[in-house]
Design a protein around this ligand. Structure first.
Ligand SMILES: Nc1ncnc2c1ncn2[C@@H]1O[C@H](COP(=O)(O)OP(=O)(O)OP(=O)(O)O)[C@@H](O)[C@H]1O
Ligand SMILES: [Zn+2]
Ligand SMILES: [Zn+2]
Length: 831
């Protein structure tokens, strides 16, 4: 245990004293280890036969384990006060040059801003599995085992022996044994001492590049003794460009692999293992060439193409104004110059169209990166990027960390979208913030695109007087198509007039004509299963999750399926009881207007309308988003019905109607950002209508038609809405003026969580500069999730505090082990 934190301190680069061994110059490196609790750098010796560079990933002995680590810097001498004899060797180099030079600065900044240890920031950035720990395993030593061994040892040792003997190899990870057997540690120690088992370290299994045999044609002139059949195979290979995977050549030339091996012996071809990259590719696309731009697009493009070095662009284009075409034409010359581009999108599954458009334009120079890729795919995508070929990487928020060398631009499409913010685990980074730092470090432009820019981006662009900041506007849709006119329906009046259906008269009329005209419509219901709680009509009893303070939602996969109740927080699932558990009333039904309920009502009222449901229930499987959207695009349904998911970037010419079944679910929330988000969501969903030649219309149903958000959406008035909202934010020092940090505490014991929250709030009073506000502690709006009680403290910093905030991580020391403490910097969700 030489390298335990207590005896190996962080090595400071100090006055060099030369240390030479007889074998020549020795070298040491400082390594960042992959242990959650370790935040220091440790010194290791570099074996003479190992060549390393900063940024390499290595495996190192650490305590009793072998772990992964990253080489940070070299030392000329071992740190003073450390016995050079005790410094361990780096075991093995695992991956070379994984990080471009600026990379550390970026991750250090992320770590600092979001109060996260550097290693945690690194973990968020790297593909999983690169730094996985090795395993300590226990193996039965059958040769040393006397017969009737059990009778000699303690009960826990007996249990361990029995467990190991059950398995043929007699070999389990120590962790598995400890999980299976109570007090296994004791028993293991005993067995190790007796020599009946042995303990060993299994090096971490890392995702390895996948290899496959490839055949390359090498002979210019063919030997004379080839058979006609052999010549045929060579001819196939030549026609296909002289290089093919062995399996493909076998297939297309109808030859066996041994026949091709014969050709290798004759010196005509070479068969070699090549790395095949598991890059994600789905869907087929047809080729496409740049469109002639509208004048607004041309102006925007002109500005972007003339940017030099770091600059920020806000591309504010109304829905359907052709922002994607601007990105495409801005990126094309970068690729020509040998540079790459990074395009971030909210959720890749929801935007297959955007990915397809990039593929159609840039073919195989487009690469997709997101967290739903398998570890192997992510690992390969990384390796592929490091080769430095110019390319476009399209990805979700974590893609902001991909190691693309020579970056020419970063684009954030739908930059207002809240999925760019990681809420948990730490670092709770916002990809837009990180993108700006990265663009600064790489000295390249950052392009933020949206029809409804976030208030942050709006204010920053307006307030920055520097020449590196540009506001570009696309105020009109392509071909001067109008934005869809909006009808606001007061649902109170509908009820008053005797319409008890969830569809207003106006919406019913529109749905009826839709079918007649052979067009398509979108029905939007805020949030999955919103208010689909189950309650008793006799006594009012509502079924709640046993572990969370929320009502369960009603779910039914299809008409005949067993109805289930599910918790949207912890996924607790149970059967729907036939009667009220409280009063046994049979009138025990689900309420509300989730997607399922609306689908059923729609089927009842308009049996002729075919409907596709698009929500998290129907899109669980891989590729489901794409399939459903494709079916809808091909006219297999008249109505696409869904939640927030379908507000994002959908561009279908035949959609002429958008109906918002109930906007109220968006309006009434306890969060100060609720109105901004409601405005964005409604504007985006309305913007799906009328994007083709046929004019569109939108119908918004609500019980509060006078709400300022509804009014602003109705008038397509981003500017007034934004000015009014900003006034309120400024008054209360909320972002984008002041800053906010949320401290989240949770634990199983209600009293303990509350008491800890109070202690921490008190401590905040002592460390925060004057002018800061401490709100709470208060219970989270859903107080209990998965049995854990949750309390929040909201810290508000006035604009004058700027970036300099006190060290809040010291607060963690005030929490007992049983309480979890998380810091959400610039939170988007404070409910
Ligand atoms: N210059 C152009 N000429 C003709 N069609 C164009 C042009 N530019 C874009 N389009 C088409 O207009 C449609 C809308 O473009 P796009 O989807 O990029 O809009 P957007 O600004 O991203 O909208 P949203 O914010 O609503 O997603 C697309 O079908 C696109 O192919
Ligand atoms: Zn009841
Ligand atoms: Zn629950």
């Amino acid at each position: 245990m030489d390298n335990s934190p207590s005896c190996l301190a962080v090595a400071e680069p100090t006055a060099p004293y030369q240390f030479h061994s007889s074998s020549g110059q020795e070298r040491w490196v400082e390594v960042l280890t992959d242990c959650p609790s370790v935040e220091e750098l440790f010194t290791y010796r570099v074996p003479p036969d190992l060549s390393l560079q900063p940024g390499d990933i290595v495996s190192i002995p650490f305590g009793a384990q072998i772990t992964g680590g990253i080489v940070i810097r070299f030392l000329d001498s071992p740190p003073p006060g450390l016995d050079p004899q005790k410094i361990k060797d780096v075991e093995e180099a695992i991956a070379a040059q994984f990080f471009p030079s600026f990379y550390w600065q970026l991750l250090e900044r992320v770590a600092r801003h979001y109060y996260t240890p550097l290693i945690i920031a690194i973990r968020a950035a790297l593909p999983p599995g690169l730094l996985r720990k090795s395993q300590r395993r226990i193996r039965l030593n059958r040769d040393a085992l006397p017969s009737g061994a059990e009778t000699f040892c303690s009960a826990s040792a007996q249990a361990v022996l029995r467990l190991l003997q059950q398995q043929k190899a007699g070999d389990y990870s120590a962790q598995h044994i400890q999980r299976k057997i109570r007090g296994a540690r004791q028993g293991l120690r005993e067995l190790l001492k007796r020599g009946w088992v042995e303990s060993y370290l299994q090096p971490p299994k890392r995702p390895r590049p996948k290899q496959q045999k490839a055949v390359t044609l090498v002979a210019n002139t063919l030997p004379l003794d080839l058979t006609p059949r052999q010549r045929e195979v060579i001819e196939v290979l030549r026609r296909k460009g002289g290089e093919l995977w062995l399996s493909e050549l076998c297939k297309s030339s109808n030859a066996s692999s041994s026949a091709i091996e014969t050709l290798e012996r004759k010196g005509c071809v070479v068969i070699q293992y090549r790395e095949i990259l598991r890059l994600s590719s789905e869907g087929t696309v047809t080729e496409d060439s740049p469109k002639a731009l509208t004048s607004a697009q041309a102006q925007a493009l002109d500005c972007i193409r003339n940017l030099e070095g770091f600059s920020r662009v806000l591309l504010h284009g109304v829905t359907g104004s052709g922002k994607t075409e601007v990105y495409l034409q801005a990126i094309a010359p970068l690729l020509e110059r040998g540079q790459s581009a990074l395009v971030l999108v909210p959720e890749i599954g929801l935007t297959p169209q955007l990915t397809d458009r990039f593929r159609a334009r840039f073919r195989d120079r487009v690469c997709v990166y997101h967290s739903a890729l398998s570890p192997g795919e992510r690992y390969d995508t990384w390796r592929q990027m490091l080769q430095g070929e110019p390319q476009v990487v399209i990805g979700t928020r974590s893609a902001i960390f991909v190691p693309l060398p020579n970056l020419g631009a970063i684009v954030l499409d739908e930059e207002h979208d809240s999925s760019f913010k990681q809420q948990q685990p730490t670092p709770t980074y916002h990809a837009r913030t990180v993108a700006q730092w990265r663009a600064e470090l790489e000295d390249c432009p950052l392009i933020l695109g949206s029809a409804t820019p976030s208030l942050e981006s709006w204010v920053e662009i307006q307030q920055d007087p520097s020449t590196s900041c540009h506001y570009l506007s696309l105020p009109e849709r392509i071909e001067s198509r109008p934005l869809p006119p909006i009808t606001i329906v007061d649902m109170r009046r509908e009820l008053h007039q005797g319409n008890r259906s969830i569809f207003s008269d106006a919406l019913q009329t529109a749905l009826r004509t839709l079918k007649q005209q052979g067009r398509q419509g979108i029905l939007f219901i805020p949030r999955r299963g919103y208010s689909t709680f189950v309650s008793c009509r006799s006594c009012g009893y509502v079924i709640e999750c046993p572990d969370c303070d929320v009502s369960l939602s009603y779910h039914r996969v299809h008409e005949d399926a067993t109805p289930l109740l599910r918790c949207h927080y912890c996924n607790h699932t149970q059967l729907h009881p036939p009667q009220c558990p409280e009063c046994a009333s049979p009138y025990f039904k689900f309420f509300g207007s989730g997607t399922q309920r609306v689908a059923q009502e729609l089927a009842k009222a308009f049996p002729e309308l075919r409907c596709i449901r698009f929500d998290s229930d129907t899109t669980r499987t891989k590729g489901a988003h794409r399939r459903l959207l494709e079916r809808f695009a091909q006219g297999e349904a008249d109505i696409l019905l869904g939640t927030q998911m379908l507000t994002k970037g959908l561009d279908l010419a035949q959609v002429t109607l958008v109906g918002v079944v109930s906007a109220d679910g968006l309006l009434h929330r306890s969060d100060y950002r609720a109105t901004e988000r409601a405005f964005q969501t409604l504007t985006q969903v309305v913007g799906r209508a009328g994007r083709g030649d046929d004019p569109g219309q939108a119908i918004i149903q609500t019980y509060t038609p006078e709400h300022p958000v509804i009014q602003a959406v109705y008038r397509h008035d981003y500017h007034t809405f934004t000015e009014n909202t900003l006034k309120q934010r400024a008054e209360h020092n909320y972002p984008p003026y002041g800053r906010v940090i949320l401290l989240r505490l949770s634990g199983l014991d209600e009293g303990e969580v509350q008491a800890t929250a109070e202690i921490i709030a008190q401590a905040c009073h002592n460390i925060l500069p004057s002018g800061c506000e401490i709100l709470g502690p208060a219970p989270a709006s859903i107080m209990r999730v998965s049995r854990r009680y949750r309390w929040n403290i909201l810290l508000k910093f006035p604009p004058s505090v700027g970036e300099k905030l006190p060290d809040l991580l010291q607060l963690r020391a005030l929490c007992p082990q049983s309480i979890s403490f998380a810091l959400d910097v610039d939170p988007l969700n404070i409910e």
